[in-house]
Design a protein around this ligand. Structure first.
Ligand SMILES: C[S@@+](CC[C@H](N)C(=O)[O-])C[C@H]1O[C@@H](n2cnc3c(N)ncnc32)[C@H](O)[C@@H]1O
Length: 290
C-alpha cells in the first residue's frame, strides 16, 4: 500500500509540473483521498510536525480559535486534538534532548555552511527553529520531536475549508471541526468567514504551484485577529517557480506590512519529507510597527 502511495505521489507532482491551473492535481486528490487518509501517517512527511512544533512554541493560549485552510482530510486538526486528549490523561515526563545554538541576527533562517558537511539523514533531523520573534537554532531527533508534540493540545474551536469534497469527506468524519466549508481559496475575500474572527490559522502542505498561491495568503490572514499568526508550510520543490521563491514572498510581505495587513515573522528552513526540503513561514496579523 505504501509503495502504491509513493507511486501515486509521483503522479501528483507530474500533474503539478504539467498543469499550473490545479485542475489535474484536484483530480488526483479526488481519486486518492482515501489513500491519502490511510497513508499520510505512514509516509515520511515532516512538514506537519515541524509546523506544529513552531505553532506550539508560538501560541500559548490552548483554547484559541483556529482555522485550517486547505485542510484536506484534517491531518492538522487531528494533530491538535490528539495532543489535547493526551494532555487530559496527564503529561508524560520526557527528556528534552534539544540543544540551543547561538542566536543569529537574521530574520530568515537558512542552512548554514556548517550544515553543508552534514549527511542528508543528519540534515533532516535538523530544524532551524525560532523562539517568538528571535531566531534560535535547534536540533532534535525525529523521536524526541514526536514526544514533544504530545501533551500540548489545543482545545478551542477548529474550523476549516478545502476545495476538494472528497478530501473533506474524511475531515468531516473525524468530528473535530465545528465548521467545514468547500471553498476554492483564491486572492479574493473568502465570504464564508469574517475578517478578524480567528486567533490563529494554518495552511499546511497546500501552498505551491497549482494549489494555494502566495497572493491568496493576504485573504487568509484577514480572517486572523490582530496579533494572531498564520502558519504556512511549503515544499522546497515549489521554489523552482518564480512566483514561489522566498524573494517573492518577502516582496509581498513588505507590501502587506506597508498596508498594515501583516508581516513575516519567520521563514524556517526544514524538511517537507525526510528527503525533500521544506519551509515553515509564519505571518503575523498587523504591521511590524504595531
Ligand atoms: C497535500 S494536501 C494537504 C492537506 C492538509 N493540510 C494536510 O496537511 O494533510 C493539499 C490540499 O490542498 C487543497 N487545495 C489546493 N489548492 C486549494 C485551493 N486553492 N483552495 C482550497 N483548497 C486547496 C487540496 O484540495 C488538498 O486537499
Amino acid at each position: 500500500m505504501e509503495s502504491s502511495y509513493a507511486e501515486e505521489r509521483k503522479k501528483l507532482y507530474q500533474a503539478i509540473i504539467e498543469d499550473p491551473t490545479g485542475i489535474r492535481s484536484q483530480e488526483w486528490y479526488t481519486k486518492n483521498a482515501e489513500l491519502y487518509e490511510q497513508q499520510h501517517k505512514n509516509h515520511d512527511f515532516m512538514y506537519h510536525k515541524e509546523c506544529m512544533e513552531i505553532f506550539k512554541k508560538t501560541v500559548s493560549q490552548k483554547d484559541c480559535k483556529v482555522i485550517d485552510f486547505a485542510m484536506g482530510t484534517g491531518v492538522m486538526g487531528e494533530m491538535l486534538r490528539k495532543m489535547a486528549s493526551k494532555q487530559q490523561t496527564g503529561p508524560r515526563e520526557h527528556k528534552d534532548r534539544r540543544r540551543e545554538a547561538p542566536k543569529t541576527p537574521l530574520s530568515i533562517s537558512a542552512r548554514s555552511n556548517e550544515d553543508a558537511g552534514r549527511s542528508r539523514r543528519q540534515r533532516h533531523l535538523l530544524l532551524l527553529s525560532s523562539s517568538k520573534e528571535g531566531n534560535v537554532r535547534k536540533s532534535f531527533s525525529k523521536k524526541s520531536l514526536t514526544r514533544q508534540l504530545r501533551n500540548e493540545g489545543y482545545t478551542g474551536q477548529l474550523d476549516g475549508m478545502d476545495r476538494n469534497p472528497s478530501m473533506l469527506k474524511f475531515a468531516k468524519a473525524k468530528g473535530i471541526y465545528t465548521n467545514i466549508w468547500t471553498v476554492d481559496i483564491g486572492p479574493e475575500k473568502i465570504k464564508e468567514i469574517d475578517d478578524d474572527s480567528y486567533d490563529n490559522g494554518v495552511v499546511a502542505g497546500s501552498v505551491g504551484r497549482g494549489q494555494v498561491e502566495f497572493n491568496s495568503l493576504s485573504t487568509m490572514i484577514r480572517a486572523i485577529k490582530t496579533g494572531g499568526y498564520l502558519f504556512i508550510t511549503m515544499s522546497q520543490f515549489h521554489t523552482q517557480y518564480e512566483e514561489f521563491t522566498i524573494k517573492a514572498l518577502e516582496n509581498l510581505c513588505d507590501k502587506w506590512n506597508a498596508e498594515g495587513l501583516c508581516h513575516l515573522v519567520q521563514c524556517v528552513e526544514g524538511m517537507h519529507t525526510s528527503t525533500a526540503g521544506g519551509y515553515v513561514f509564519v505571518l503575523r496579523r498587523g504591521s511590524k510597527e504595531q
